[in-house]
Design a protein around this ligand. Structure first.
Ligand code: NDP
Ligand code: OXD
Length: 307
């Protein structure tokens, strides 16, 4: 099988090396360039220049290196099955990002640094305990469930919300009414939804108004989820306390964007969980071997739902 590696230029050689180590060289040929008609599988990163899949007439699978497939699933030239990335590296990265930011906030890290700069020994505050803190996970898929479980294991109260009903180790809800009711109970709201036509601007005026005024919004999902003007209004009117944002409608965030100057918004540059070659290749090799053996492919995107 011919497998075209269509990733960022810097990573192609490493992908070829790692995938070769996990599969039989007799069965798979990993290529940087190939005649489109001969290609069976494309390993695909959204930053790739490849946008027209039409010439790839014999394509059997496009395996995305990213978990979020919003930049590719709507591509009308792509008729072959599309699989998204589900791997240990993304899970660990997202768990650590969310927990790290929640704990840094609970421990008032930035406040104590400011007081240190003023030689100010103020020990009057009682830091909140996890047991008295509720974290709402909006989108309890692969990442949201892992984040929720990690928060539970540290003693946080966790509530989850998704499109469909499910049984997890923490209480979960679905449906619009349940969402607003749940938001009102959370001290942190973490959005881990995919960007689809149904989730566009889901964090809108009504969503933010349903949150506690003391709550923090954390969006490591996608920038498309957030109505940016509604967030600025909510912060200006103290409808919520703070936002931690990793993803934006336009990336990189333009230099003149109002978010940069706000002390109540913490910006990270889409680094919450990056696809790492070592762990991504475990998933890719698994799917390649399944394809070769005619077994069911994993992590296929439902093109009707968009994720
Ligand atoms: P999954 O597909 O496993 O989970 C998506 C979750 O969102 C599911 O629980 C799904 O519900 C829910 N959902 C989808 N649409 C709706 C809707 N209309 N209403 C309510 N719930 C909905 O994805 P992952 O957990 O793997 O990833 C989530 C997202 O995280 C990715 O799509 C990507 O955008 C983002 N991401 C960001 C990264 C970063 O570095 N910032 C890194 C990796 C991913 P149901 O379970 O019912 O299907
Ligand atoms: C992803 C991402 O979707 O890094 O994997 O955002």
């Amino acid at each position: 099988m011919k497998v075209l590696i269509s990733t960022h230029e810097d990573r192609v050689t490493t992908y070829i090396k790692e995938l070769s180590a996990r599969t039989s060289l007799k069965e798979f040929q990993f290529l940087k360039n190939a005649a489109p008609k001969e290609v069976d599988v494309i390993i695909y990163e959204p930053s790739s220049s490849l946008q027209n899949f039409q010439p790839f007439e014999n394509l059997k699978l496009v395996q995305s290196i990213w978990a979020g497939v919003d930049s590719i699933e709507g591509n009308k030239t792509l008729k072959a099955p599309l699989a998204r990335m589900v791997d240990a590296g993304l899970v660990e990265g997202m768990r650590e990002y969310v927990l790290g930011h929640v704990l840094a906030d609970q421990l008032a890290v930035s406040t104590y640094k400011t007081r240190q700069d003023e030689c100010n020994w103020d020990d009057s505050e009682w830091l909140p305990l996890a047991r008295n803190t509720t974290i709402g996970i909006i989108g309890t898929g692969n990442l949201g469930t892992a984040v929720g479980n990690a928060c539970s294991s540290l003693g946080f109260q966790v509530l989850g919300w998704a499109r469909t009903a499910k049984q997890l180790d923490f209480p979960t809800f679905h449906g619009q009414d349940a969402l607003y009711e749940m938001l009102g109970k959370c001290d942190y709201v973490v959005t881990l939804l995919p960007a689809t036509s149904k989730t566009h601007d889901i964090i809108d005026k009504q969503f933010l108004a349903a949150m506690k005024s003391s709550a923090t919004l954390m969006n490591p999902g996608r920038g498309a989820l957030l109505d940016e003007d509604a967030l600025l209004d909510a912060l200006d009117n103290c409808a919520i306390r703070k936002a931690v944002l990793d993803v934006f409608k336009i990336e990189p965030l333009p230099k003149n964007h109002p978010f940069w100057a706000r002390s109540d918004i913490l910006i990270t540059p889409h680094i919450a969980a990056k696809s790492r070659v070592e762990t991504a290749c475990d998933t890719i090799a698994d799917n390649l071997i399944r394809l070769k053996n005619g077994d069911e492919l994993l992590h296929l995107v439902d093109r009707n739902q968009g994720y």
